[in-house]
Design a protein around this ligand. Sequence first.
Ligand code: DGL
Length: 277
Amino acid sequence: MDNRPIGFFDSGLGGLTCIPYLMKALPDERMIYFGDTARTPYGSKAASTIRSFSMEIADFLVRSDVKMIVIACNTVSATCLELLRNRFPQIPILGIIDPAARKAAQSCDSRNNIGIIGTKVTINSGTYKSLISSYNDRLNIYETACPAFVPLIEEGIIDNEIMDLTIKYYMDDFVYGNKLDTVILGCTHYPLIKKNIERIYPDLDIINPSSIVVSKIRQVLEERNMLAENSEFSNIFYASDLSENFVNMIDHIFENESADARVKFKNFDLENGERHI
Ligand code: DGL
């Protein structure tokens, strides 16, 4: 048993899409989440910039005594997983891409046309394609970057025509031109527009890595005998620039929890520590 929290991080609020699945599958686990809202989006930045931001956040999570780090960001998983594992060998570090790639490889065959959507960095890295192919090399895989999705989602522009038009702008030719039947949401922000995508392309099967990573978290904690039991720890959600959308989303995730939802928010500057808003 290990009642220390699990550390999650993302460039912003996208990684929060993993949290409801974690709470459902592993209700005894507690978490520390860091969203780098002051520096989002990561997905169009240089790999060296993403590496230095990710090292700072992972350092902070390790100092906060988390028992595991989940990189709830495809962009960071594509660029920094090995780097972070080498830097912190004492702690299990999970990326979000591999469990989803394995699942896609198992559930699809050569009759399927699989599309991956993600940030520029994730798509240019080819990580999804190479991991899926390493599990099953007979699949038809197509990829495209959708760089405007993350800024719109961070702004809360979701349930409206602007988002629908942006989805069509990036995806119409991609979906119809490649006769896609399956799409992988290769960015943790995208589950927040899953309903829009389902409405616009009702025949697509959607693979959501934010839900799939939770089975991997369970497996690793079980193998190491690190599952929590009756932890008293309060979940903490840090943002480097606490936005209304970030707070609203956490409120929404915990709305059905008991009054002592055991959640704290903090506005946090990695260099100077806690800041008041
Ligand atoms: N949620 C991040 C991902 O999964 C978004 C990246 C970004 O900030 O552009 O890639």
